[in-house]
Write a protein that binds this ligand. Sequence first.
Ligand code: OOG
Ligand code: MG
Length: 260
Amino acid sequence: MGVDHARWASYLLAAVDDRAEVQAITKQIDDLTIDDAYAVQAALLELQLGRGDELAGAKLGLTSAAKQEQMGVDEPVYGWVPASTVLGADGVVPLNELIHPRCEPEIVFVLAEDLAGPNVSADDVLDATEKIVGGIEVIDSRYEAFSFTLTDVIADNTSAARVAIGADGIAPREADLSTLGCVFEIDGQVTGTATGAALLGDPAACVAMLANHLGSHGQKLQAGWIVMAGACTDARPLGAGTSALARYSHLGSVAISGKG
Ligand code: OOG
Ligand code: MG
């Protein structure tokens, strides 16, 4: 019998609703393929949209060595950004809505045009981009101990939970993205530094990969969407009173704080 995608989507949505971690899917069944995992992810998104949410964008994850090593998964993953998960300008993250959140710096593309694979290149991405801004993503795996396999994390919409988007930004070719710098600080202490090249050599190439992945599923990135290229440093716990600050060259700074 095949995997029941709708059932696992409900299972993960219940974890979100209950703010309670659940056992990884692959601890319960041993036949979750990558296609199954994306099908669960799609069913989960359908449930969220059915509740009146809208799609604000898409994301990549596990595009840097820092993240792949931290999570023990060595392949990039793709997920969705529901509009309800975009934080307000104050960057306050109410922790009673989340399970065991972590935060990480993100380079974010704001699209001016649709992008549909196949054969989307990094140059095509820059042509279709309105601006590039700094961000901080809050990830919150629905799984016990924030631990998962590749297919588990895909099914769980790549741990997406919240995102803060910076107010400043640059035009697509205003700065070289591979040398764009990021300093990530928790409570005033530097916890990670990276340049854009940490993201598979080029953040725009990551977005191209996502457009090509969606193209192979008959989908596309849409004008007006935000697209996260993946964290360039490892993620850090976001607790009550924690302040996280991502300082970028060219893109300005983004701050969030955990509210207990
Ligand atoms: C998976 C999500 C990864 C990123 O930027 O690498 C991600 C996880 O680490 O829980 O969003
Ligand atoms: Mg991320």
